[in-house]
Write a protein that binds this ligand. Sequence first.
Ligand SMILES: CC(C)(COP(=O)(O)OP(=O)(O)OC[C@H]1O[C@@H](n2cnc3c(N)ncnc32)[C@H](O)[C@@H]1OP(=O)(O)O)[C@@H](O)C(=O)NCCC(=O)NCCS
Length: 122
Amino acid sequence: MVAQIDNEIVGHILLTKIQIIGNEIYDSLALAPMAVLPEFQNHQIGSALVRAGLKKAKDLKFKSVIVLGHKNYYPKFGFQKASNWQIKCPFEVPDEAFMAIELIKNGLENISGIVQYPKAFD
Ligand SMILES: CC(C)(COP(=O)(O)OP(=O)(O)OC[C@H]1O[C@@H](n2cnc3c(N)ncnc32)[C@H](O)[C@@H]1OP(=O)(O)O)[C@@H](O)C(=O)NCCC(=O)NCCS
């Protein structure tokens, strides 16, 4: 999805399909990549993109979203530490920077494992 002002694209968000590899393989989404043009940052455009992205994901029946990002930015949308569900990042990151959100009640119930990103993220 993109954010547009006067026909100029000023921000974008993509929710990328990922899998959580545990006892079973679970489909989920990663909130990445996202960016807002520097001169348009801090005007809630990023927040609008996150909210619109999460709504779209829910409408498409996804149950959860993972994000690797700043611990002060994402909790306001409802993200919590992914370690609360024993969901791990495939590379070393600070625990509080790797987060997840349930789009429906118990959307991550009994789901744990290591997130597998697509090759493009390598
Ligand atoms: C992260 C990003 C998309 C946020 O977009 P934005 O439109 O500026 O965000 P908003 O205006 O909705 O939110 C601004 C808030 O986020 C905080 N913030 C912005 N960028 C941040 C960052 N990189 N790390 C931590 N906090 C950040 C601001 O301090 C502000 O806090 P406040 O609401 O408490 O005042 C934008 O800063 C960006 O494009 N950064 C470079 C690319 C990037 O880091 N993408 C995210 C990858 S996970």
